[in-house]
Design a protein around this ligand. Structure first.
Ligand code: SF4
Length: 387
């Protein structure tokens, strides 16, 4: 099995993490090397759904053969996974085994230095921003969403409020706090880019104004590439304002594309027509450039392969990077028991989307900042480099 297949299988099946390894992590900060919050895509807004305390979360950053990827653990799918880690206390090496055989050495990113710091007002830095994968700083600037509290409008895969309720984050990160944490994360841990997402506020700019303010504050203290993520604003002039403030790339996330699937899994967001997203994509590419605008597509929410491929084709022709990601059912959300997509579906998707990326001259490496550049929640970037 090659690396692409292994990562695809791990992300679809999940991983059982051996008890010894978890014991090693117990007692660390609640957002240690585990991915407490894949805060940055809608399912990720949910991944703040840890099991609580200092133990496991639903995802974990795992480095396999030099590539760090996010792998579901402790989801209902993961408990059935043929993949398991074992820690050898003598060699101090963790290995990954499938059905108990064929060990492959793996490692886990270590806890960053900036997690030890606290702001002058007493807020731990890890409540303001997290390390994602191994070199990405990630934050949700507004941890509330106008769609979240009402079942008639909330995205079924999202749990943006869970980490807030559990006291693992704060509702609003101020521009000054973000600047302080970003500077420290660059200086102490060498983070390479910053991803700033937001819950959607009940304003017509859909969060673009606050992201602009935050980006300006960060860029005033540290030269760190920034991706902002929000719903399409009412006025596309926000794209220019964001860029002028220091946002280098932009994410606007479709998640699903079929109208029936959108209406079922994200009834509130489905009120924003798909055509409006595409208008926004075209306007954003004009400002940020070819390949600097991206969108999440969550395979496994209900869209079939042809629908996803058609959307990816349309996106790549516009210069938008379709970041296809396997849906990860998160504990505590309405879709917690929806099965993850099969590795066969993901392989077919990755192979065909990577060919589209190549034809359109799009690449994760060329992106200045963001989830597509990080790539850890998907195996897509590993397919880009396939011979
Ligand atoms: S792709 Fe990277 S930055 Fe984006 S949510 Fe996943 S781990 Fe975080």
């Amino acid at each position: 099995m090659n690396k692409q297949q292994l990562i695809t299988e791990l992300q679809s099946n999940g991983l059982k993490v051996g008890a010894t390894h978890l014991e090693n992590e117990a007692g660390q900060l609640p957002v240690s090397s585990t991915l407490d919050a894949v805060l940055l895509n809608p399912q990720d807004l949910s991944a703040a759904a840890r099991k609580g305390g200092a133990g496991p979360s639903d995802h974990k950053a795992v480095t396999v053969d030099g590539t760090t990827v996010m792998v579901p653990i402790f989801t209902s799918t993961a408990t059935q996974s043929p993949y398991q880690t074992e820690f050898d206390p003598v060699t101090k090496q963790t290995v990954l085994k499938r059905d108990g055989v064929n060990p492959i050495p793996i490692s886990f990113p270590t806890q960053p230095q900036f997690y030890r710091l606290t702001t002058a007002d007493g807020t731990p830095y890890w409540k303001i921003a997290l390390l994602h994968s191994h070199d990405v700083l990630a934050t949700t600037v507004l941890q509330t969403c106008m769609r979240y509290s009402d079942a008639a409008t909330s995205c079924q895969f999202c749990a943006i409020g869970q980490s807030l309720e559990a006291g693992r984050t704060i509702a609003r990160k101020t521009p000054a706090q973000l600047a302080e944490v970003a500077e420290a994360a660059v200086r102490l841990d060498g983070v390479k880019h910053l991803v700033m997402t937001t819950g959607t506020p009940n304003t017509s700019d859909r969060g673009a104004a606050y992201l602009t303010e935050c980006a300006r504050a960060v860029k005033a203290v540290v030269d760190l590439p920034i991706q902002a993520q929000c719903e399409p604003p009412d006025d596309f002039a926000w794209f220019q304002r964001m860029k002028a403030a220091g946002v280098d790339s932009l994410g606007m996330h479709l998640e699903a594309v079929d109208p029936q699937v959108r209406a079922r899994v994200m009834p509130g967001k489905a009120s924003v027509p798909l055509d409006y997203y595409f208008e926004a994509f075209a306007a954003a590419v004009d400002v940020f450039g070819w390949g600097q605008v991206s969108t999440y597509l969550l395979a496994g929410l209900g869209d079939d392969l042809p629908t996803l491929l058609e959307a990816c084709d349309r996106l790549t022709q516009l210069g938008v990077y379709p970041f296809v990601v396997p849906f990860v059912p998160i504990t505590g959300t309405p879709l917690a028991h929806q099965p993850a997509p099969s590795s066969e579906l993901m392989m077919a998707l990755y192979q065909q989307v990577s060919a589209m990326l190549q034809r359109a001259g799009l690449s994760s490496q060329e992106m200045k900042a963001g989830c597509a550049k990080c790539g850890a929640c998907s195996a897509l970037s590993t397919f880009e480099t396939q011979d």
